[in-house]
Design a protein around this ligand. Structure first.
Ligand SMILES: [Zn+2]
Length: 278
């Protein structure tokens, strides 16, 4: 019996200074755990909080930004006083993101954000709330295949935008329900010029999700959504050239690859219906 308890502790929360995966690709999320005194973690000048978990120990999420130069990094575990308790080596690999062109009409291309759109969104991304409402695995918001993966360098009508795709596009007919990927507090339910119908959910402890181009809503700001709840309906509002769902995950304010969190299949290439819609 004692042996069993020891085994459970050894493979579970008993471990100190865990960072997984230790070899990550650009856009991935590193889970940082400690059963000891670490209360935050730092890598490349970014510090994230480690939150106490009900099963014991602490957990935090360290994003690897898309634009990270591949190489070796130190992930430091910090105590309450900011003292470095331990350092782990993280290898960041090149994710080899491709380039993708989106063909769009002039009115669509020239759309400007609504007053307050950029600020509202920035404020949402910046916030980190205390209560963890998410649990793995997350659920895909719609069943459709992936028209456009995360991280691709985007061109609009053949012209580089200098930006990358900060989320995933899934194919789905207009009007289909969009489900929350995890439980969380609904922070934004708005019609924006650029993002179109937008729902943004705070899942707690640094994890957030957003759903764009919606044709309608099934939730309200301040509501608590459960995993799988319908929060809106597929549309093509805002900067979009056809019905699809653009959804994104943010880890401590940084866009990360949802495909690391949710299994998704790419649409067959060469299919006209599988063209990207922004
Ligand atoms: Zn998109």
């Amino acid at each position: 019996m004692r042996k069993l308890a020891f085994l459970v502790a050894a493979i579970g929360w008993g471990q100190t200074f865990q960072a997984t995966p230790s070899v990550a690709r650009q856009g991935e999320t590193i889970r940082v755990r400690d059963a000891g005194a670490a209360t935050s973690a730092r890598m490349s000048g970014r510090t994230v909080r480690l939150f106490p978990q009900p099963e014991g120990g602490r957990l935090g999420l360290m994003p690897v930004p898309v634009l990270t130069t591949p190489g070796s990094f130190q992930l430091e575990f910090l105590g309450d006083n900011g003292k470095v308790l331990h350092a782990a080596t993280i290898t960041v690999r090149d994710a080899r993101f491709r380039t993708q062109n989106v063909v769009m009409g002039r009115e669509i291309q020239e759309l400007q954000p609504s007053p307050g759109e950029t600020e509202t969104f920035a404020e949402f991304r910046k916030s980190v709330s205390e209560i963890r409402r998410w649990a793995e695995p997350l659920a895909a918001p719609v069943p459709g295949c992936m028209i456009s993966p995360f991280g691709v360098k985007r061109l609009h009508n053949g012209k580089p935008t200098g930006d990358y795709h900060g989320g995933i596009d899934q194919r789905s007919p207009a009007g289909r329900p969009v489900h929350a990927v995890a439980a969380g507090v609904v922070k934004i339910v708005r019609k924006f010029n650029l993002r179109g119908g937008t729902v943004a959910i705070d899942h707690g402890q640094g994890l957030e999700s957003v759903y764009l181009h919606l044709s309608g809503f099934a939730t309200t700001e301040g509501a608590v959504a459960q995993k799988g709840d319908v929060v809106g309906y597929i549309g093509s509002t805002g900067r979009s050239t056809g019905a699809h769902l653009h959804w994104a995950l943010y880890v401590n304010g940084v866009p990360v690859n949802p495909a690391q969190w949710v299994p998704l299949t790419a649409c067959p290439t060469g299919n006209r219906k599988a063209r990207p819609h922004s």
